[in-house]
Design a protein around this ligand. Sequence first.
Ligand code: GRF
Length: 211
Amino acid sequence: MPTLDLGVLVSGNGTNLQAILDAIAQKKLDARVRLVVSNRPGVRALERAESAGVESQVVDHKQFSSREAFDTALVEALRAKDVELVVLAGFMRVLTPQFLEAFPGRIVNIHPALLPAFPGTNAVRQALDYGVKITGCSVHFVDAGVDTGPVILQRAIPVLDADDEISLGERIHREEHALLVEVLALIAARRVRVVAASSGKRARVVIEPER
Ligand code: GRF
C-alpha cells in the first residue's frame, strides 16, 4: 500500500500536528507529512514542523485580497508536494469551494465536539453553556458547510460538574490526538469509504474490516 502523503494546515499551537508527527516517528502511522502550512506566521506549530524536519510554509491570509486568492495559493503549495490528504489540524479559516474541488473527498478536520452538536468556533464553551453531560471530539470529511461533512470517527467524553473551559478543553484535546491518528491510520490502510447520499440519507462513512 502506498504511504499516505499528508498536507497539514494549522493556525496555532499544533498539538494535533505533533500527534501526527509522533505517530509517524513511532511507526504507528504509515504516512509522511509532505508540508505544513500555517496561515499565521510565528506560531508554535511551525516550530514543531521544523523540529521534526518537516517542510513548512506560511501562507498569510492577510496578504491576499480575497479568500479565493488565498485558497489558490494553498492549493498550489499542497499540489507542488503531491499531497494526497489534507488535514485541518486547528486551521481557523473556512475554505472556498475551489479548495474543496481541488481535493475532493480528501480533506479531514478535527472538531472538539460530538458533531452535529456545537459546530463552529468555541465548541467547548458551547457544550458547557448548553449543559450537556457528554461531549467529545469528531474527525470528519470536509464539505462546503462549517463542520457538516460526513463523520469518520468520534470519541465521547463526560462533562464533569466541576469542569470549566480549560479542564474540559484539555481532556478533549488529549482524546483528539489519539482519534486523529486512528482516523489517519484507517485512511492510510484504505479502510475508510464514503457511501454517497441517497433517499434522504446523508453521505456517510463506513470503516472496512481489516484485510
Ligand atoms: C483543536 O481543539 C481542534 O479540534 C480545533 O482546533 C484545536 C487545535 O489544537 N479545530 P492544536 O493546534 O492542534 O493544538
